[in-house]
Design a protein around this ligand. Structure first.
Ligand SMILES: Nc1ncnc2c1ncn2[C@@H]1O[C@H](COP(=O)(O)OP(=O)(O)OP(=O)(O)O)[C@@H](O)[C@H]1O
Length: 294
């Protein structure tokens, strides 16, 4: 029996809990059988900053092409996990591998060619046009003296069409709405052709149409994606696999059906919830709320 009272959950090593960790073992076994190395592997990873334990004993493996949602309440450690993958933070112990190689062995420029990030807040981009920002996705793949080819420009147009912003190619990035900026950053990531795409709350600032659109685009890329998402229903609809974090620990890992369990979600998010079937797709739907308040 294993009890994790620290994270407010009592997790017992019974079949229900094993169900909540249904992915990493199959990924490792499948990788072994077909000879394909997982894109990302965390082995007993811990992150401690200023003596505060941020992430505790994270172990999982993600196969090529999986679209993975990182879920959890505020402060659960989602962004910190994404920062580890960009080497912004170093694990205090444990090992992270990218394509079978220790992440620590990649230089920042090698990493930039393999990992793209769409984050919540773009850094200062001064008065660049939309095209300038999207073309920045080519930087990790080009030497300083190389100019953009006709093929690059075609790819630029294609990336902007994907996010519905072809008409704004020559507009100033700074003058776009928050949602449009977010989509430009996704187009830049598409341009980068990464092995691994990291999305940090990619649906923030987006209206309903583009919340779905951004995740549809990310899914259609058929690359490995790890997305920190607050909306459990979007994760359920679009992601192959859900990792649920609570207070720095991985408390569930599996398909939406495995992870989106009423009792678990009520404990982790500290609000009553009900699960039923999403009428638009074959996936669970979560509703949170209190019956006595309308
Ligand atoms: N550089 C840092 N220094 C101190 N504490 C940090 C640092 N980075 C993260 N933390 C702490 O680690 C915890 C996890 O933060 P993190 O941003 O990873 O959570 P999150 O799940 O992404 O939250 P949110 O949903 O609010 O974005 C928080 O308590 C945060 O204050």
């Amino acid at each position: 029996m294993f009890c994790d009272t620290q994270c407010g959950l009592t997790l017992c090593r019974n079949s229900a809990v094993l169900n909540r960790f249904s992915w990493s073992l199959p990924v490792i076994l499948w990788s072994f059988v077909v000879g394909q190395t997982p894109v990302v592997e965390f082995s007993q990873v811990q992150l401690c900053i200023h003596q505060q334990q941020i992430l505790t004993e994270l172990s999982f493996a993600i196969a090529q092409g999986q679209f993975v949602a990182l879920l959890g309440p505020n402060g659960a450690g989602k962004t910190s996990l994404l920062r580890l993958l960009q080497k912004e933070y170093q694990p205090s112990s444990g090992l992270i591998k990218l394509q079978g190689q220790p992440l620590s062995s990649f230089s920042q420029s090698e990493l930039a060619a393999k990992v793209a990030l769409v984050s919540q807040l773009p850094g200062p981009l001064f008065d660049l046009t939309v095209a300038d920002v999207v073309l920045m996705g080519l930087i990790p793949h080009k030497a300083l003296w190389q100019t953009n080819t006709e093929q690059d420009l075609q790819q630029l147009r294609h990336s902007l069409e994907l996010v519905g912003l072809a008409a704004k190619q020559h507009h100033s990035f700074a003058h776009l709405s928050g949602g449009e900026q977010q989509r430009v950053l996704l187009a830049r990531a598409v341009m980068q052709k990464p092995l691994l795409l990291l999305l940090d709350e990619p649906t923030n600032h987006l209206d309903l149409y583009y919340q779905h659109q951004v995740l549809r685009i990310a899914k259609a890329l058929n690359i490995t994606v790890i997305a920190s998402i607050h909306d459990l229903n979007l994760a359920s609809r679009y992601c192959d696999r859900l990792l649920l974090l609570n207070r720095g620990r991985l408390v569930a890992d599996g398909t939406a059906e495995h992870v989106l369990q009423q009792e678990l979600l009520t404990e982790v998010f500290r609000i009553p919830c009900l699960i039923d079937q999403n009428p638009f797709g074959d996936c669970p739907r979560v509703s949170f709320g209190y019956k006595d308040i309308r």
